[in-house]
Design a protein around this ligand. Structure first.
Ligand code: SAM
Length: 260
C-alpha cells in the first residue's frame, strides 16, 4: 500500500517540520491510523511531493518532518470544466471524476433548465481534495460558485476554445438530432486545436443539465466565435457520463494522456 498522500498548502522543503491542522491530524491519525514514525507524502502544486515522517501525534494535533522530495510538481493541462449542476450525488461524481481526469478549474453554470441554482463549494472542495490525493495529482481543481451561464461567458478569454457538448442538432429548435445534421464528433473537432504542451494551451468544456440546453441557449452558444459545438456520439448521455466521456477524449486527443 503506497504511503498516503496529503495536500498541504504550507511550503514544503527539506527538514521542514509541519504542524497539521486539526482536520488533517484527525484524517492522518484516525482514518489513516498513522502513529509516530509512520510515513506519508505531503504535496502541493508549488513544491511537489515529499516523504515525511510523523514526529508528534496527539488527540487533535500532529507534526511531521519532511525527509526528501519524491517528485517535482507537474502542471495539469489548463483545462476548465463548465457544467450545469445536477442531483447532488451526480454533481459529487462529476467533481470527483473531473479531478481524476485533470480539470484545473470546475465552474458550475446555471442554465434555464438547471435544477440546482447553487452548489456547496466547501463540500465540493473536500471531494476534490480527496480525489486529488488519491489520483496522484499535485493540485486540487479550483471550485467556483454556481454562476448563470451568460455571466460565466461574460468577458471570456477568446484564446480558450469552449468545447460545447451539443446533444441536439444544428437546428436549435429541433430536439435530439435535428434534420440539418449534428455537431462534429468531438475527437474530430479537437484535431485543429493546438494540443496542450505542459499546460501552455487552454481549453474549456461545457456540459448541460438533465433537461439539456434551450434553443435560445443553443443559438447564443453557437454564435460565439470561441465555441466549438461537438457531438458525443449517437446516444444521449447523462450529464455525469458526458463529463467523464468528453474529458477522457479531450485528454486523449489534446491533453496529457498523450504523454508517454
Ligand atoms: N437534451 C437531452 C435529452 O434530450 O435527453 C438531455 C441532456 S443530457 C442528459 C445532458 C448534457 O450532456 C447535454 O446537455 C450535453 O451537454 C451532454 N450530452 C449528452 N449526450 C450527448 C451527446 N450525444 N452529444 C453531445 N452532448 C451530449
Amino acid at each position: 500500500m503506497p504511503e498516503p498522500r496529503l495536500l498541504i498548502d504550507q511550503d514544503l522543503h527539506a527538514g521542514a517540520e509541519i504542524a497539521l491542522d486539526e482536520a488533517q491530524a484527525r484524517h492522518v491519525g484516525t482514518v489513516l491510523r498513522l502513529d509516530v514514525g509512520g510515513h506519508l507524502r505531503p504535496f502541493n502544486a508549488r513544491d511537489g511531493e515529499w516523504r515525511a515522517r510523523v514526529t508528534v501525534r496527539e488527540k487533535r494535533a500532529m507534526r511531521v518532518v519532511l525527509e526528501a522530495q519524491l517528485r517535482q510538481a507537474q502542471p495539469s493541462p489548463d483545462l476548465d470544466l463548465l457544467f450545469a449542476p445536477v442531483k447532488r450525488h451526480a454533481t459529487d461524481l462529476i467533481v470527483e471524476k473531473a479531478t481524476e481526469l485533470g480539470a484545473r478549474r470546475i465552474k458550475p453554470v446555471v442554465t434555464r433548465r438547471t435544477i440546482a441554482e447553487t452548489v456547496r463549494v466547501d463540500r465540493l472542495e473536500s471531494i476534490a481534495r480527496e480525489a486529488a490525493e488519491q489520483t496522484e495529482r499535485f493540485d486540487a481543481p479550483e471550485i467556483f460558485e454556481a454562476t448563470p451561464l451568460p455571466k460565466a461567458l461574460d468577458g471570456w478569454d477568446a484564446s480558450r476554445p469552449l468545447i460545447y457538448a451539443d446533444e441536439a442538432g444544428d437546428e436549435a429548435d429541433k430536439a435530439w438530432g435535428g434534420a440539418a445534421g449534428r455537431a462534429r464528433p468531438i475527437a474530430e473537432a479537437l484535431q485543429p486545436l493546438s494540443p496542450s504542451l505542459k499546460g501552455e494551451e487552454k481549453l474549456a468544456l461545457l456540459i448541460g443539465p438533465e433537461g439539456g440546453f434551450t434553443p435560445e441557449e443553443r443559438r447564443m452558444l453557437r454564435a460565439l466565435p470561441y465555441v466549438v459545438p461537438v457531438s458525443l456520439g449517437p446516444r444521449i448521455l447523462r450529464a455525469e457520463t458526458a463529463v467523464i466521456a468528453a474529458l477522457s477524449v479531450i485528454q486523449s486527443v489534446w491533453g496529457d494522456w498523450r504523454e508517454a
